[in-house]
Ligand binder design. Sequence first.
Ligand SMILES: Cc1cc2nc3c(=O)[nH]c(=O)nc-3n(C[C@H](O)[C@H](O)[C@H](O)COP(=O)(O)OP(=O)(O)OC[C@H]3O[C@@H](n4cnc5c(N)ncnc54)[C@H](O)[C@@H]3O)c2cc1C
Ligand code: SF4
Length: 559
Amino acid sequence: MSRSDVVIIGSGPGGAAAAFSLSRAGFNVTLLEAGPRYRPEQDYRLDRADWEVRRFPHKRSIRRRHTHAGLQALDTKWDTLRSWSRAQGRLIKGTHRAFSQYSHVMGVGGSTLHYAGESHRMHPRAMRLHTDFGVGADWPIRYEDLEQYYSEAERIIGVAGPEADAVRPRSGPFPMPAHAMSYGSQRLGDGCGQLGMSWLPNPVASASRPYDGRPPCNYCGQCARGCPRFDRGTPDLTFIPKALAAGHCRLQTECEVLRLEAGPNDRVSAAIFVDKQGAQHRVSADFFVLACGAVETPRLLLNSASRHAPDGLANESGLVGKNFMETLFFTSSALHPEAMGSYRGLPSDAICWDYNAPDAIEGVIGGARFSPATLEADLSGPLNYAQRIVGGWGEKHHEQMLGMFGHVLSVGAIGENLPNPRSYIDLDPEEKDTHGLAKARIHSHLPDMELKRLEFMAGRCRSILKASGAEEPVEEYGSYDMFNSTHVFGTCKMGASAGDSVVDAQCRSHRWRNLLITDASVFPSSGGGEAPSLTIYANALRACDRLAADLGQQRRVPA
Ligand SMILES: Cc1cc2nc3c(=O)[nH]c(=O)nc-3n(C[C@H](O)[C@H](O)[C@H](O)COP(=O)(O)OP(=O)(O)OC[C@H]3O[C@@H](n4cnc5c(N)ncnc54)[C@H](O)[C@@H]3O)c2cc1C
Ligand code: SF4
C-alpha cells in the first residue's frame, strides 16, 4: 500500500487543474488516470493519405463502460427538428430518439484531447436560474468568485480572444489576440449582420501567436482528430507538465480506480485501483479528489457503496447521478454558390452570444449560442462530402463534387439543458465491465421546454445560413432525435444544503469532508451554450486553493 497527501482520480480539466493547484501548494499528489498518455506527433497523424477516415485514435474505449436506457418516442409535431442529409435522407429511421454517442476520451487530458478549445466563462445570470427564473438550481458561488481563476486558467491554457465582453467582466485582457475568422465565418458574420445579430471572434485555447513554447495554429481544422502541432492548450500540455514540474505530483497512467473505501469516521480512507498489468493496488491519502467526468464520477461513487455508505459514497441526499444535463444542440448546413474554402480554418472561430442570457429566447427559460460548425460537422474532406452531401455515381458525382466541395457552410447552436427527473445516471443492473463492476446507465429525456428552445435554435441556424447566401440546405441534425453529448454536467450537484446537493460550495462532500469533486458533475446548471472546460478549470483551481488555504499549506512554487 502507498500513501499520498492527496489522490486525484481522472486527469481531464477537473483533475489536471486540481493537480496543478495542490502540487504547487506543496502537497504530495498522486494523479491516477485510467487511460494512457497520447503522443501528439505519433498519435495524431494528419499527414497520412487516409487522414479523413481516421477519427480520434482512441486507445481505450469509453463505450465499454456505459449503457443507455430506452429513449423517448418522437412526436410528429417536432418533425422539423429531425436529422437528415441530402445524400442519405432521414438519419434516424425509427419512431424513437436514438442513442448516437457519449463521445469522450480516456487519457491524460481527458476529453479535451479531441476538443475544439472553445474557452468560455459562464453568463453570470445563468448561475442564478432558480432565484431569478424559478427553474433548475442556483450555483452556491457567484461569477465574481470564479473571476481570478478564470484569468489564471486562461493564462495557463493560453486563450486567444477578443477585447470586450460587456456581460462577463474581466480583470484583464485575454492572453493572446483573437484569431482572424476564416472566409466562411466572415460570410456567416455578414448574414448575422443582416439579421441584426452580433458575430464576434470566439475565445479558444489555441495559439494565435507563439505562446509559452507553443507554435501558432496552422488552421488545419482537424482538432477533433487530435492536434499534432502542440499549439492547442490541452491539460496534457499545460496544467499537467506544470504540476509535474512543481515536484510533488506523481502521474500514474492506465491505472483505473475501481472503488473508494470509506470508514466509520466519515472519511474516505483509500482508493483501490488496477494497473495496466491487472494488478490491484490500494493507495491511502488525507484527501481524495474525484474528476472522472459527469458519467464516470457518479458511477464510481455508486460502485463504492459499503456498510458505511449503503446507497453509494457521498449519496446521502440521493442526488448522485441525478440532474444529468447533456448537450442540447442543432447543426444546420447549406450550400453556398460561391467557393468558401470551408474545409479549413479554426473550428468554431466565431460566436453569437445574443441569445445566451437565460431570458433571451422568448417563451422559454435558458439561452443558446451560435457558431460556425462546418469543421465540427466534419465537412472538411471529400469522403464526407461524397457520403453525406454529393451522392450519385460516376461522371455526375465528379461534376457535382467539383461544384460543391468547400461550398458548405454550417451553423451550430448549443443551448441550456435544464435538469429533469427523467435524465440521470444510475448503475446498469445487468451489464458489468471487465472488472465485474456495474456500468453507468445513461437516461436522457427532453421535455417540451427543451424542444421549444431547440426549435428556436434550429430556426436561427437556418436564418443565418440563408442571410449569408447559403440557400440550399444539405444536412441537419440535433438532439431531438439523437443523443450525442459532448458536454455533460450536474450529476453531483454543488449547493449550500446537504439535503439538496452532493458537495458544498467548496466542492467537498457534505458528509465525507476529505472527498472533493472538481469536474463538470458539480455544475448546478449548464449555462446557455457555454463550453464548460474553462469553468471546470477555474472551479477546480478555486476549490483546491481554498482547500490548501484551509489546511495552511500554501507553499507555492512558481507556475
Ligand atoms: C468532441 C468534443 C468537443 C468538445 N469541445 C469542447 C470545447 O471546444 N470546449 C470545451 O470547453 N469543452 C469541449 N468539450 C467538452 C470537454 O471536453 C469536457 O467538458 C471536459 O473534458 C470535461 O472535463 P472533466 O474533467 O469533467 O472530465 P473528462 O475530460 O471526461 O476527464 C475524465 C478523465 O477521468 C478518467 N477516468 C474516468 N474514470 C476513471 C477511473 N475510474 N479511474 C481513473 N481515471 C478515470 C478518464 O479516463 C478521463 O481521462 C468537448 C467534448 C467533446 C467530446
Ligand atoms: S486547427 Fe489549429 S488547434 Fe486545431 S488541430 Fe489544427 S493546428 Fe491544432
